[in-house]
Design a protein around this ligand. Structure first.
Ligand code: DX5
Ligand code: ZN
Length: 220
């Protein structure tokens, strides 16, 4: 199994202790920090935006993996890049001109990702697969942390992986929602290579150790 990435999700952190939470992430084996932006329109919740991202960018030494759960994300690409995004992922369902938006993300210098809601079939990505650096499969309905993992995501990962092999492409496959030690191995076996973990990390007794355990899965 190839080495995978672990991205703790800021959404589950204790915001009254932001500096301490970011110090923990810095010390840990986390590869990225996952940053969920919600607009109250694409998803039924509002999270955080640029002022928080600028603070996080100062405190966090890990690349910021920005997941935009917003309508018209194309309006904010350069602003997110300027605020420090290393990866910018937009939702298929929120983009009228996805191809153009992906090119704009790449032109900004960030890695470009596309996200799919649980009900959106991977086949809809056929004509964009070559252009993306990352595909994020939502394994819960986006909008909230701490939800139950939707099991059907597992065969979906396999289907996506098979399609990528057929096409000789290798964008990262990121899984987001309800991910933790209980299902990480199965996700990696199915073909995932980036695991987003919110509550399973920040809600753990020892978040740093949990990140290390998630990183160690699949190692001999
Ligand atoms: C949900 C967000 C997730 C969330 C995951 O809409 O996209 O990134 O933080 O949280 P957990 O891991 O707790 O399901
Ligand atoms: Zn997310």
């Amino acid at each position: 199994m190839s080495q995978h990435l672990v991205a703790p999700s800021l959404l589950a952190a204790d915001f009254t202790q932001l500096a301490a939470e970011m110090a923990l992430v810095n010390r840990s084996q986390a590869d990225w920090l996952h940053f969920d932006v919600m607009d109250g329109r694409f998803v039924p919740n509002i999270s955080f935006g640029f002022p928080i991202m600028e603070a996080v960018q100062k405190l966090c030494q890990k690349p910021l993996d920005v997941h935009l759960m917003i309508l018209e994300p194309e309006k904010y690409i350069s602003a997110f890049r300027d605020a420090g995004a290393a990866v910018i992922t937009v939702h298929y369902e929120a983009c009228v001109h996805l191809h153009r938006t992906i090119q704009e993300i790449k032109a900004s210098g960030a890695k470009a990702g596309v996200a799919l809601n649980p009900h959106t079939p991977i086949e809809l990505l056929d004509d964009i697969l070559e252009d993306v650096d990352l595909i994020l499969l939502m394994s819960v309905n986006p909008g909230f942390g701490g939800q139950k993992f939707i099991y059907r995501t597992i065969p979906k990962i396999r289907r996506l992986k098979d399609r990528l092999i057929e096409r000789n492409l290798s964008p990262l496959i990121e899984i987001d929602g309800g991910v933790g030690l209980q299902n990480a191995e199965e996700l990696l076996k199915a073909g995932a290579n980036v695991l987003v973990a919110g509550n399973s990390v920040f809600g753990a007794k020892d978040p740093e150790a949990t990140i290390a355990q998630l990183k160690a899965i699949g190692e001999e």
